[in-house]
Design a protein around this ligand. Structure first.
Ligand code: SF4
Length: 369
């Protein structure tokens, strides 16, 4: 990562520290910027009278704001870098520090993908409503078929989205795309998202039936995997760091669906479950966990509620249960399940396994609203 091309915007933070006369500040930075954290701490301490404590535990999102332990240390303000505010209250005054990257990739490399995805969206739109009743076998097949599982569709617009460091590019890309004939929308999501076009690994609430395919400005496949699992819509990726374009392949999504299918089948005979509750403020879904416990009870099975800050194989594998249901970050079950020795499934997958939800509804992504 070329850090000289990132803007960390520490000035507003320093102004706030001075205005409030804060003496102890906690700094929370994403994993990719930890190497630069000491330099940032120097810079804040040089420009203000505050001492800075680095919250050095892993941090992957604004869902993970440090809270009560920092208060016990006497921290007056949390400075959280690289993520935007979501609809949670950690109980601590928090200053969000935006990070932007100045890379502006060429659109031309993405056009072949965008054109073929637009054609696919058009042909899907023509066949909307043609689906007939499915028998059990057909329904299971459809569950595994990402191409066949599409969120409601009324149009073929191009949805323009990005990860937070690149959101400032969206308006400019919208007009570039419109000039060459694409109908473009920058989707606006729910309360968990701060900015138009923003997506999180656990929230794609901006998806709209008028959108037939997507262009994602960002790097890595974390967000694209979630969006395509959630919508079944084709997605082009344009990476502002490398300038390269690619697509999120349906084969990849279908591999994940086959794995989910296998895990659902594997818990069929399970009688005891550990139900994981995330302690991080933006991951805590206590009511959902309790609902899963009741559901298991109704089916004559046992559920144990386990609250954790971090979730990892070494922290849960040893419990004498047959399987785990995860209500913490949804991506733990989707992206990391092979690291666990016992099946780790989402609440929706448990409902399917217990026969409460039907296969023909297709795969339902575990979204945190
Ligand atoms: S819950 Fe998971 S996917 Fe959602 S913001 Fe937090 S770390 Fe990211």
């Amino acid at each position: 990562m070329d850090l000289d091309r990132h803007d960390f915007e520490l000035d507003d933070l320093v102004e706030r520290i001075k205005a409030n006369d804060n003496r102890l500040v906690a700094l929370q930075v994403p994993e990719g910027l930890k190497m630069q954290a000491l330099e940032m701490m120097d810079s804040i301490e040089d420009k203000s009278d505050a001492k800075v404590i680095l919250a050095a535990d892993p941090c992957y999102g604004a869902c993970d704001l440090v809270h009560d332990k920092m208060r016990m240390m006497g921290v007056e303000l949390v400075a959280h870098m690289g993520h935007s505010q979501m609809n949670i209250d950690s109980g601590m005054p928090t200053h969000f520090i935006p990070v932007t990257y100045d890379g502006d990739p060429e659109l031309a490399v993405a056009l072949p993908f965008l054109e073929s995805h637009h054609t696919l969206a058009l042909s899907r739109l023509r066949t909307v409503g043609e689906k007939s009743d499915l028998d059990e076998g057909g329904a299971k097949e459809r569950f595994l078929d990402a191409v066949g599982r599409v969120a409601p569709l009324t149009g073929t617009m191009l949805g323009l989205i990005g990860s937070i460091q690149h959101l400032h590019l969206l308006e400019e890309f919208k007009s570039r795309l419109e000039k060459i004939g694409f109908d473009v929308i920058i989707p606006v999501g729910g309360n968990r998202l701060t900015f138009p076009g923003q997506v999180l690994g656990c929230n794609y609430s901006g998806d709209d039936p008028s959108i037939g395919h997507y262009l994602f400005l960002g790097s890595g496949d974390f967000h694209p995997i979630g969006l395509v699992l959630h919508t079944g819509k084709p997605l082009t990726m344009l990476d502002p760091y490398t300038g390269e374009a690619s697509e999120m392949s349906f084969e990849h999504i279908e591999r994940i669906l086959r794995q989910r299918f296998g895990l659902i089948m594997a818990v069929d005979t399970a009688t005891s479950f550990g139900i994981l509750i995330g302690e991080k403020p933006g991951q805590m879904r206590r009511n959902l966990a309790i609902r899963m416990k009741r559901l298991l009870q109704n089916h004559g099975k046992k559920g144990y509620l386990l609250a954790l800050d971090h979730v990892g194989p070494d922290l849960i594998d040893f419990y004498p249960v047959d399987a785990f249901v995860n209500t913490a970050c949804p991506r733990i079950a989707i992206d990391d399940s092979t690291r666990y020795s016992k099946p780790l499934i989402t609440p929706y997958e448990l409902e399917v396994a217990l026969g409460e939800k039907q296969w023909e509804h297709g795969y339902q992504f575990d979204e945190i609203p």
